[in-house]
Design a protein around this ligand. Sequence first.
Ligand code: LMR
Length: 396
Amino acid sequence: MLETLSPVPPDPILGVSAAFQKDTSPLKIDLGVGVYKDEAGKTPIPRAVKRAEQELLAAQTTKAYLSPVGHPGFNAQVAELTLGSDLAGRRGELALAQAPGGSGALRLGASLLQLARPGSTVHVSDPTWANHIPLLGGAGLKLATYPYYSAERNALDFEGMIQKLGALPEGDVVLLHACCHNPTGQDLDPTQWAAVAEVLARRRLIPFLDMAYHGLGEDLDRDAASVRLIAKAVPELLIAVSCSKNFGIYRERTGLLAVLCNGSTQAGIVTGHLGRAARTLWSMPPDLGAAIVDRVLSQPELRQDWMVELTHMAQRINGLRSLLADKLSAATDTDFGWIKQQRGMFSRLPLSPEQVARVRDQHHIYMTPDARINVAGVSPNSIEYLATSLATELRR
Ligand code: LMR
């Protein structure tokens, strides 16, 4: 039976990490997978996370099952972190389920949509995270795109986006990156978000917000403003939250699916469906990451310390953006100031897949084939080498 399977091509993102590991050059630079890196090039565990984990493990007396919708404390804390302390005024209308990472939350949301309206169409930004289409499509949903980014102008194609959203059929689903757009780093400004919220409400579209980098753009409140605004404008909304990056617990697979429903009765029914869907996908989500996040967010001292480190991460990324933009502008005599305006871990360089391959083979600089770079992987120590190497291709 298994002979029917053909070999799988490398994952567009994880394949870059695998190739980087094999490179023995001392010059190599990894701008591939989206993980935060500190001044030493390491992906740190925040102090508050480490302490919460130690305290939890010391006090733990059982590892018996929780439930298919996970840890109630975690669910409530992360919903509040995302929607704000008044839960966007919709406390009783929330259905919550912990999931294995933001990806698990996306998959669970896709299953819910498939249950509610089989074969629904989800519109994703062009471009979007390389895993969105296979992940959502795997649940049976249809995928389509809306214009988002102009590679020619290195800028948002807001006109194209709003026009397309305004022409979508009622009931279609629109996947939006709440902040720190992956792969472009190009976010909407508050006025543009307000226009999008208005179109979503007017056209009766279902927003599905992906919140994978909360706190790594500007700060916790400004990064969540899009979600809070849309939650006040539409009756139904799905939010997939990842705790991988902002809590530095990537491999603990910790995420939340929050579904805002049209009333509390509907929220109860949706919670039941989320539990049943989770049971058929992974039965129960893993506990440790969620228990850590719950503890960090519920203990004021840990929460404060985590916020200090998160602020440092965001500021460091934004500082690296300025450094990279200035060095690239100087090395190419072209304005790369747009990199400074973008937010989160990613920006996309104006390079073709062939140029990306040459930069990798000749200069040992690794990025995804669509020329997405992880800005957090830039180091002040190797910035001259990085900028002059990239300039050889950017000038072509
Ligand atoms: C990324 O986009 O690099 C991250 O979200 C990691 C992943 O799973 O792709």
